[in-house]
Design a protein around this ligand. Sequence first.
Ligand code: SF4
Length: 354
Amino acid sequence: MTASSSQNQSTRKDIRTLDRNQLVEAMEALGQPAFRAKQIESWIWDRGTASFEHMTNLGAALQKQLTEQFELSCVAIGETQVSRDGTVKIGFELAPGQTVEGVLIPTSKRMTACISSQVGCSLSCAFCATGRLKLLKNLTAGEIVDQVRHIAGLAREDHGKGLSNIVYMGMGEPLLNYRNVMDSIDRITGTPGLGMSPSRITVSTAGIAKMIRRMGDDQTRVNLALSLHAATDEKRNEIMAINETNDLASLRDAIQHFYTKTGTRPTFEYVLLRDFNDRMEDAQALARFARCVPCKINLIEYNPIDDGKYQRSHRDNTEDFQHFLEDEFNMIVNVRRSRGEDIDAACGQLAGKS
Ligand code: SF4
């Protein structure tokens, strides 16, 4: 490769970062009619085409121009592992040394894709394997959609069904990659795109108050889950460093703002850690916090990571905790059992080990 071609490659813009207007402008600059933008969008977002050469209705001259001026790189599929319980973990390679993981979780009622939004994570939650990896990169909207497209294909091949749910709960903090995450949601729910219902999508955050408020202001139509995991600042600071700058009072305000603006009930995620946050006084604190808005509570079975200091709560404790919230506080509570634990695909275990 010559120096100039190498420079050309590094300065080529990723065509998947252009919106419709920018694509129309790009076509005008190439002396092409505006309808070409629509054709290209359809190839990229409806069909997931990974090469300009495959865009057969554009003609060879335009294909060549696009190849010279733009990048179109879809994520490569790496190792796939299947758990005893049917959960599938897929490695997605973005660049050498940059892998994220996505998970297909099939149950009798749902086909859920859990997807990643960042390579690594900057938040270092104490119970999470991803938090031990340095943040390397924000995924582009295209890279996020690639995960959904591939996992949806697996669901169809292996189970004969499309995805019922998508959760942004894989590697990374989605609200610290806000623009690309929202653009990916537009592509997953839009046309051209995958045409799924936004009500089937959940964005899960460790608690960035400012961005929760922004989701409300933007009147997003997707669901919001807040990974609460402790309902006093003292305990939450211990396991989630983000709480030091986004404390419970600021999160309460932000969640109320989100609910007022969108009318969507948030979910509070609460991973039960033995003898840390699984006592009745913890349940009381959780109920006090959660009463700030109509909500649902998901109690999550913890999946210990290699040398982590936390352990899973006993099943009896989990049941007592659930019944206490239901009976004493009339709350809607679901228990999320661990899935894919044997392949490190469960909640908090994704770390790009594959
Ligand atoms: S739980 Fe989420 S926000 Fe916290 S370290 Fe893990 S990936 Fe990052």
